[in-house]
Design a protein around this ligand. Structure first.
Ligand code: KET
Length: 424
């Protein structure tokens, strides 16, 4: 009581001043990340039925994170060698970057054979895009505008904007057909100023799951050449689209064969399940070996002040798998297995929704490619599903198919069906 009765003048000034003068008092709270924020909400939910279909991270048939057996074997092999923990070079583990480029471009790629691919290790796919953004901002000799598809992975805009590029959009997804707006996309490419940068999802487009066909890629390659546009491929899902790393590299390899000097961001998060190890690569097709060396020297100058040099362990795992014949075959089979489990979940979800007489057309669930399905659920429906059924997905109605399994798919289908019928 006595403390409260104390005259304000004796205690207050110090406290008031401290509160008012905090250096950070004007920093507003930011919104949660549209994708990773979903995981936070999921973790806070205590209901045993809860399902997280937010982030694109593979789960096994029991809903558990999946460590590939090829990865475990690679780690065993690495442990046997008892390697040191020294710094990597700025551009990363040489065996890894070499093997990563071979996986993406193909062993018989001309620029690869001519030592004309500049490649550096990156902090997974995000880091590769960020290095690419920073490099283009510094050295792309034209207006620094990058066009991304509508819609695209949410982080693309932030990555390229923070790299100092101007971010614009091109038409990609047709809500009416729930497919590719190929005519709209071509018209937008036609009207871009020459020497604009075009971001292309190499396969398994995120979030729509809609990819151009090989024939459409061929047409896009010609159009992009004709209009002197610069293609920047984001390949975060090689192997996840079709189950074959070769088939999923079709677009990239075709563009390179046609003479495009592409930029490429690669991630091993999904196809090797190395999410938290942060393994990726950024590469540029150069005219020849001398140019490649110049590009690599500048990429190192971009990287050194950002994070000095990349992490070691994941790159060792990936390079061990990519350069060991047996592990490579085992890994290829595992990638195929992951893709097939996702495809089987698509079929089951479609059948369930149809047999529950869910209003609407659901065939896109089966035709979409890769890790995600762009369900068409509205933002209010996604909110209802989170609040009433403990099912979490991004607000645009994207679901990570890998979060579904034999144990939760019926509950999920029933909940979606009810949400669409406004019965939840
Ligand atoms: N590109 C695309 C298209 C992409 O979907 C992701 C990740 C990345 C790059 C980068 O992944 P990294 O882990 O940095 O190699 N997408 C999933 C995870 C995330 O948002 O961070 C997702 O969309 O859920």
């Amino acid at each position: 009581m006595q403390a409260i009765a104390r005259p304000l003048s004796r205690v207050a000034p110090r406290q008031v001043r401290a509160a008012a003068l905090s250096t950070w008092s004007t920093v507003p709270a930011g919104p949660p990340d549209p994708i990773l924020g979903v995981t936070e909400a999921f973790k806070a939910d205590k209901d045993p039925r809860k399902i997280n279909l937010g982030v694109g991270a593979y789960r096994d048939g029991n809903g558990k994170p999946y460590v590939l057996s090829s990865v475990k074997s690679a780690e065993d092999l690495i442990a046997l060698e008892n390697p040191d923990k020294e710094y990597l070079p700025i551009s990363g583990l040489p065996e890894f970057t070499k093997a990563a480029a071979k996986l993406a471009y193909g062993a018989d790629s001309q620029p690869l054979k001519q030592s004309a691919i500049a490649v550096v290790q990156s902090i997974s796919g995000t880091g590769a895009l960020r290095i690419g953004g920073a490099f283009l901002q510094r050295f792309f000799p034209h207006a620094k505008a990058i066009y991304i598809p509508t819609p695209s992975w949410g982080n693309h805009t932030s990555i390229f904007r923070d790299s100092g590029l101007e971010v614009k959009q091109y038409r990609y997804f047709d809500k009416k057909t729930v497919g590719l707006d190929f005519e709209g996309m071509k018209a937008d490419l036609q009207s871009m100023p020459p020497n604009s940068i075009v971001l292309l999802h190499a396969c398994a487009h995120n979030p729509t799951g809609v990819d151009p066909t090989p024939e459409q890629w061929v047409e896009l390659s010609s159009l992009i050449a004709e209009k002197s546009l610069f293609p920047f491929f984001d390949m975060a899902y090689q192997g996840f689209a079709s189950g074959s790393t070769t088939r999923d590299a079709f677009a990239l390899r075709h563009f390179v064969k046609e003479g495009h000097q592409v930029a490429l961001a690669q991630s091993f998060a999904k196809n090797m399940g190395l999410y938290g190890e942060r393994v990726g690569a950024f590469s540029l097709v150069a005219a020849d070996e001398e140019e490649k060396k110049r590009l690599e020297s500048q990429l190192k100058i971009v990287i050194r002040p950002m994070y000095s040099n990349p992490p070691l362990h994941g790159a060792r795992i990936a390079s061990t798998i990519l350069t060991n014949f047996e592990l490579y075959s085992e890994w290829e089979a595992e990638v195929k297995g992951m893709a097939e489990r996702i495809i089987s979940m698509r079929a089951r979800l479609y059948d369930n929704l149809v047999s529950l007489n869910t209003p609407g057309e659901w065939s896109h669930i089966k035709s979409q490619i890769g890790m995600f399905s762009f369900t068409g659920l509205t933002t209010p429906q996604t909110q209802t599903l989170a609040e009433k059924a403990h099912i979490y997905m991004t607000a645009d109605g994207r679901i990570s198919m890998a979060g579904l399994n034999a144990h939760n798919i019926d509950y999920f289908s029933e909940s979606v069906s009810k949400a669409v019928k406004s019965e939840l």
